[in-house]
Design a protein around this ligand. Structure first.
Ligand code: PLP
Length: 436
């Protein structure tokens, strides 16, 4: 059967029909560490990459394989690699092509964990991360030198929640032989970074993909469109003999099976050696989530539009950030890159600062106060008193976290109930002197 072009169908069917052994329609959890080889030659061929098949669950597993195929199909890529978390997806995506002495250029607007990974961990490993201004695509060019191996950005970073200029930065990268890696965690289905020139997508599948706040996981997806072999000096990791895999030159070694050099290398060297593999149980949870992802994303986006409009009218609210309300360049980017919705993340600034922010959070009854996004339930957090409380006031401001800033991840409850809870919590917050 040819694969449908409709996400609603792909989400249910790509990569799997039924279990060959039992006919099971739901994807089984293959709870096995190893796989019996058919013969000594079969084993040798698998290890030599002459044949592809299961060896050991740290590097592949049939449940994870369905998840990888399904997400690659949904994203319009050629192949994917499931890993233990969103954090390991971004780390491995970069370590796959950058070594000590190399650098990458990244948007400065990043999830805090990724920022720490880049600013501290990768730096300690000798990979310098240079931070560019996402509002100015040319800043990526200015920070590029001969050792720049990748560009990195998030589609819809918070707290600013403005869409990244994917095509502009991807085009600059193309001219140098530099791939753009995009973390599309906050915009699955509504943004397709590969359509705009991104080479690699990473996801925390912990969020909207799994969708129910049940398991941590990550994915790296290869577009298959980046021509690594054209840039041998810029991309040595994929073009020079790899001593960790009997001197394989990745752009040559797997040519016969398609444009998958990047993702195969990540699997058979980095995942093999670092071991940040996804549990098949969490892959199963993600697959359950993906079946309803198109429906859920629609509901998240519709509810978020309603909530953003409500907050904008509310007297206790100073300012609201959501792509549906963007103006100027941010609006043009939102319209260019987002299709079918503006995402579920909303930020807003309460009059009354830190104390109003805390009062608001404490008054919530339906909405959960958690450090997470992308759950089916509506979630809220007050960054100044939690996730960003270790930063100085100045650092908080430069990260876009003002004292009364609240971040919402809008769920799929009935919008009337979300509004009712927000409304009563805003009333409590605005009772504080000087708030409204
Ligand atoms: N990327 C983004 C945009 C995130 O929001 C997060 C976590 O919140 C991550 C990556 C890290 O994902 P995980 O928690 O699955 O490691």
């Amino acid at each position: 059967m040819t694969l449908s072009k409709h996400p609603a169908t792909i989400a249910l069917h790509a990569g799997y029909r039924s279990d060959p052994a039992t006919g099971a329609v739901a994807v089984p959890i293959y709870a096995t560490t190893a796989y019996e080889f058919k013969s000594a030659d079969h084993a040798a061929n698998l290890f030599a990459l002459k044949e592809f098949g299961n060896i050991y669950t740290r590097i592949m597993n049939p449940t994870n394989d369905v998840l990888e195929k399904r997400m690659a199909a949904l994203e319009g890529g050629v192949a994917a690699l499931a890993v233990a978390s969103g954090q390991s997806a971004s780390a491995l995506a970069i370590q796959n092509i950058a070594r000590a002495g190399d650098n990458i250029v990244s948007s400065a607007e990043l999830y805090g964990g990724t920022y720490n990974l880049f600013k501290n961990v990768l730096r300690d490993q000798g990979i310098e991360v240079r931070f560019a201004d996402s509002a100015d695509p040319e800043s990526f060019r200015r920070l590029t030198d001969a050792r720049t191996r990748a560009y990195y950005a998030e589609t819809l970073p918070n707290p600013k929640i403005e869409v990244f200029p994917i095509a502009e930065v991807a085009a600059i990268g193309q001219s140098f032989g530099i791939p753009l890696i995009v973390d599309n965690t906050a915009a699955p289905l509504i943004c397709r970074p590969f359509d705009h020139g991104a080479a690699i997508c990473v996801y925390s599948i912990t969020k909207w993909i799994s969708g129910h706040g049940t398991g941590v996981g990550g994915l790296i997806i290869d577009s298959g469109t980046f021509d690594w072999a054209r840039f041998p000096e810029r991309q040595p990791a994929l073009n020079n003999p790899d001593p960790s895999y009997h001197d394989a030159v990745w752009t040559e070694a797997v040519k016969s099976i398609g444009p998958v050099a990047y993702i195969i290398k990540a699997r058979v060297t980095l995942l093999r050696d670092v071991g940040a593999c996804l549990s098949p149980f969490n892959a199963f949870l993600a697959l359950q989530g993906i079946e309803t992802l198109p429906l859920r994303m629609k509901a998240h986006c519709e509810n978020a539009n309603v909530v953003a409009a409500f907050l904008k009218r509310h007297p206790a609210v100073e300012r609201v950030v959501h792509p549906s309300l963007a103006q100027g360049v941010a609006k043009t980017r939102a319209e260019t890159y987002l299709k079918g919705g503006y995402g579920g993340l909303i930020g807003f600034e309460l009059k009354g600062g830190v104390e109003a922010g805390k009062d608001f959070i404490n008054a919530l009854k339906l909405v959960y106060h958690v450090a997470n996004i992308g759950d089916a339930r509506t979630l809220a957090i007050h960054p100044a008193s939690t996730t960003h409380s270790q930063l100085s006031a100045q650092e908080q401001l430069s990260a876009g976290v003002t004292p009364g800033y609240v971040r919402l991840s809008i769920g799929i409850e009935h919008s009337d109930d979300i509004l009712e809870d927000l409304s009563q919590a805003l009333d409590v917050a605005s009772k504080r002197k000087g708030s409204a």
